[in-house]
Design a protein around this ligand. Structure first.
Ligand code: HEC
Length: 93
């Protein structure tokens, strides 16, 4: 069955073995999940520049060298295509 990029991105965000973003982030407002990090919501308004959003996921250390968020791209935890799908999904929040 064909899935859209947004659906694949959502899967990566929720998958404990890949993104596991929920370990630290709440998604939208209300989902039960981590609260070590800012909730991910209204992404289009808050991150109008997709490059900035991509950079935060790929290498969080560029904006905060003490970040506890794993630099997913830098460490090869997620590839470019996966990160781009996650960005597509985050823009639906
Ligand atoms: C180990 C905890 C942790 C994990 C796992 C994690 N993050 Fe983060 N994230 C953070 C923290 C802490 C911040 C706050 C800024 C900083 O310190 O870098 C952050 C910031 C962000 C921001 C900026 C939010 C804002 O409002 O400024 C985005 C977007 C983001 N993370 C996306 C993700 C995505 C997508 C994933 C999964 C692929 C993820 N994070 C996984 C801890 C985490």
């Amino acid at each position: 069955m064909e899935t859209t990029r947004v659906e694949q991105g959502e899967k990566l965000v929720f998958d404990r073995k890949s993104g596991n973003c929920l370990a630290c982030h709440a998604i939208g407002l209300g989902t039960m999940s981590g609260n070590l990090a800012p909730p991910l919501f209204a992404m289009k308004e808050r991150f109008p520049n997709p490059q900035k959003l991509t950079q935060q996921i790929s290498n969080s250390l560029l904006s905060n060298e003490d970040s506890i968020m794993p630099p997913f791209g830098l460490h090869g935890l997620l590839n470019e295509d996966q990160i781009s799908k996650i960005v597509d999904y985050l823009y639906t929040l």
